[in-house]
Ligand binder design. Structure first.
Ligand code: SF4
Length: 352
């Protein structure tokens, strides 16, 4: 195994859908075989945008770990832990917050976008969709802004940097459009090292991964807010209904009409689950394949992995002792790595 370190986390905001799976988790399954990986449930990050809705936080955290394990993440091969089980993270976060200029955080474009999203959830529909995030933000009153924007939310890029820097990550897996998110982590590491004349913090590099296109049932991006998702542990009958309801090429009115598979949601899933998808592509183009038959076949290709996942998940849910053990051991490993970096950081700052 390569000794290079990978750090990546997911917020426990509910069930994982196939967009999340193919966007991140599927990649983790490969990385655990080749790198020294730290994968964590980002429960503190969940608080940055939803500190007033923690009633499901414990369950969502456990659900996420079960989903990872049932999908094939192996605690023998990687370190799996919950962010808040590693208190060194919060201490380093405080120290890095001291050297991070406020302007970097206020300029962060994601801050504005997410602020608008939170506002929309609370006051549905008031901002409309035809404006930029900055324009929408300017429509909010001072009082509204102060009610939704917490200190922790503004500082979430520092917490994100902490998660990465505390394990001296060599790489952070990111999609092609997300490298800007990593830049502030690199800037914080650079600033710390320059300010304290040290090389304690390692600037991580982006590990670009090719993520397959996963559309929702209606052809738009798969997203909980669109209500168009397929969950990783979907019930088999629900899966069947969802597959049969998928958006297809609207030009194909009759079974024998030729169609364009590239504009069809069903076909994007054939590419992911059906090794013979190229043959189906040809048959769709010539009209040799009808949509109902095409969907039925897709369901049969998807079904085994869902059955396998659901069986593993049920086994894991029966064994809370095993889950606790994994998280305890994961936290111990993560704490050992984190404590080492934290001690070096404090020494560089001259904290006695
Ligand atoms: S035949 Fe299959 S790929 Fe072609 S439009 Fe119908 S569902 Fe989509």
């Amino acid at each position: 195994m390569d000794s290079k370190i990978i750090v990546s986390g997911m917020r426990p905001t509910g069930k994982i859908h196939l967009g999340n799976f193919f966007g991140a988790l599927n990649n983790w399954l490969n990385l655990q075989n080749t790198h020294n990986c730290y994968f964590f449930v980002a429960d503190l990050h969940a608080l940055t945008t939803a500190s007033d809705a923690t009633e499901n936080l414990t369950q969502n955290t456990l659900d996420m770990v079960v989903t990872w394990l049932a999908s094939g993440l192996n605690p023998e091969k990687c370190t799996i832990f919950v962010q808040s089980h590693v208190p060194e993270v919060s201490e380093l976060n405080t120290l890095l917050a001291m050297i991070t200029p406020l302007g970097w955080l206020l300029r962060n474009p994601t801050y504005k976008e997410q602020l608008v999203e939170i506002f929309k959830k609370k006051y549905a529909g008031r901002l409309g969709d035809d404006k930029t995030a900055a324009e929408k933000l300017s429509m909010l009153t001072e009082k509204e802004l102060s009610e939704i924007a917490s200190f922790g939310f503004l500082g979430y890029p520092v917490l994100m940097a902490t998660d990465i820097l505390i394990h001296k990550a060599t790489y952070v897996p990111v999609g092609q459009d997300q490298s800007a998110h990593l830049e502030i982590t690199r800037e914080i590491a650079r600033r710390f090292n320059e300010q304290f004349n040290t090389d304690v913090l390692v600037e991580p590099k982006a590990l670009f991964t090719k993520v397959p296109k996963v559309t929702g049932l209606d052809g738009r991006k798969m997203s909980k807010s669109y209500g168009n998702t397929i969950e990783v542990g979907e019930d088999i009958e629900v899966l069947r209904k969802k597959v049969m309801s998928m958006f297809t090429d609207p030009n194909k009115k009759r079974a024998a009409d030729p169609a364009n598979p590239e504009g069809c949601t069903v076909f994007t899933f054939h590419k992911l689950y059906n090794p013979g998808f190229e043959k189906r592509c040809q048959e769709c183009r010539t009209g040799a394949l009808g949509c109902v038959a095409c969907k039925k076949e897709l369901f049969e290709y998807m079904r085994p992995s869902f059955e396998d996942f659901n069986a593993k998940k049920q086994e894991l849910l029966k064994n809370k002792t095993y889950l606790d053990k994994i998280l305890k051991e994961g936290a111990e490993k993560a704490r050992a790595s984190a404590a080492k970096t934290l001690a070096e950081v404090k020494k560089a700052i001259r904290i006695y």
